[in-house]
Design a protein around this ligand. Structure first.
Ligand SMILES: [Zn+2]
Length: 291
C-alpha cells in the first residue's frame, strides 16, 4: 500500500524547466529525523536536508526560489541560531543547485561531486545554455569537490558524502548520516515515475540500478530521502524500486529482441514512464546497457 500512497505524491519533473507556479505551491515543511537532522519537504525545488552541527549548519539541496528559501530560513531560525556552514548539492539539476545563490559565499562552503561541478555548466535537457555560464553565478559554484568519499566531522558526529557511480547523472552524491541511519539520494530514485537518467549529463539507467545496489549494500541506512517524494522511504521501498527498474529494463530488452519499435514499446507504458522507456531503449540499442 505504501506505493499507492507514494503515487499520490507523484510530481512530474521536467529537468531544467521546474517553473515556479504559485498556485501549485506547497508550503515548506520540516520533518524531524533527530535533534540534529531534518528533512524539508514542500516549497519550490527539491527536498532538502538540514543538519545542525556544532560548528555550523549543513544544508543539502537548498530550495530554489526566494519564497521557498525565505520560509526555510524562517523555520530554521525557530530551531537554531547557528550559522550556515556547508551547502551540499546531490547533483546539478536546477532544482537542486539554484538555492546556492541564497547563501553568502564568503561564509559558506559549497560541496559537490567533481562531476557534478563540471555539469553545472553543461547544456540543459533542451540544449539551451546553462545559466551557470553567467558570471553572476560564479560565486555559488562548488568550492570543494570529492571523488569517492568525503567526511565532515561535527563534534562526535560524522557525515559521509559518498559516490557510488553513474546514475541519474554522472555526479550524484549520496549524503549519509550514520547516527540517524539516513541517506539523502537526490534524484537517483524518484518514486511515482522513473526519471531514469539524464543522458546529456552522463546518466544511464542500467548504471543507475547498479549504483543504487552498491549504495544499499554499502550503507547501513534505514531511512532514505529522495528528491521529490514527500515522505521518508524505507529500505524495502528502495529495494522494490530497484527490482521494478530491472523488470522494466528486461521487458524492454525482450521487446527489442522481438523487433518492436520504440513507438510500439512506449504504448505499453504510461506518459510518466516515457522518459525512462526512451532512455532504456536507447541504451540497449546503442549498446550502452553494459550487461
Ligand atoms: Zn530534482
Amino acid at each position: 500500500m505504501k506505493h499507492l500512497k507514494i503515487l499520490i505524491y507523484f510530481i512530474i519533473i521536467l529537468p531544467g524547466s521546474l517553473t515556479a507556479r504559485e498556485n501549485d505551491y506547497i508550503p515548506v515543511r520540516f520533518e524531524k529525523i533527530s535533534e540534529s537532522l531534518y528533512v524539508i519537504f514542500g516549497g519550490h525545488g527539491a527536498n532538502s536536508g538540514l543538519f545542525i552541527g556544532e560548528n555550523g549548519l549543513i544544508v543539502i539541496d537548498p530550495k530554489m526560489n526566494q519564497r521557498a528559501i525565505n520560509e526555510f530560513f524562517e523555520k530554521t531560525a525557530l530551531i537554531t541560531k547557528i550559522p550556515f556552514r556547508y551547502i551540499i548539492n546531490t547533483h546539478s539539476d536546477p532544482d537542486h543547485i539554484l538555492g546556492n545563490r541564497f547563501f553568502p559565499p564568503e561564509y559558506v562552503t559549497y560541496i559537490a561531486h567533481e562531476n557534478c561541478r563540471r555539469e553545472f555548466t553543461e547544456p540543459n535537457w533542451d540544449g539551451s545554455q546553462s545559466e551557470w555560464k553567467s558570471p553572476e553565478y560564479a560565486p555559488y559554484f562548488p568550492t570543494v569537490t570529492f571523488r569517492d568519499k568525503l567526511d565532515i566531522y561535527s563534534g562526535g558526529k560524522k557525515i559521509e558524502l559518498r559516490y557510488f557511480g553513474i546514475g541519474h547523472t554522472s555526479g550524484d552524491a549520496v549524503i549519509y548520516f550514520p547516527d540517524e541511519k539516513t541517506a539523502f539520494l537526490g534524484d537517483q530514485l524518484v518514486l511515482g515515475h522513473k526519471p531514469g537518467a539524464h543522458p546529456y549529463k552522463g546518466g544511464n539507467t542500467f548504471e543507475n540500478v547498479r549504483t543504487l545496489e552498491r549504495m544499499l549494500s554499502a550503507l547501513d541506512a534505514e531511512k532514505f530521502v529522495n528528491g521529490h517524494v514527500s515522505e521518508v522511504l524505507d529500505r524495502d521501498t528502495v529495494r522494490d524500486y530497484i527490482a521494478d527498474m530491472r523488470r522494466i529494463q528486461s521487458n524492454i530488452r525482450a521487446k527489442i529482441t522481438m523487433g518492436y519499435t520504440l513507438i510500439e514499446i512506449r504504448n505499453d507504458y504510461s506518459d510518466r514512464m516515457k522518459m525512462f522507456v526512451d532512455n532504456v531503449y536507447r541504451e540497449i540499442t546503442e549498446k550502452r546497457d553494459h550487461n
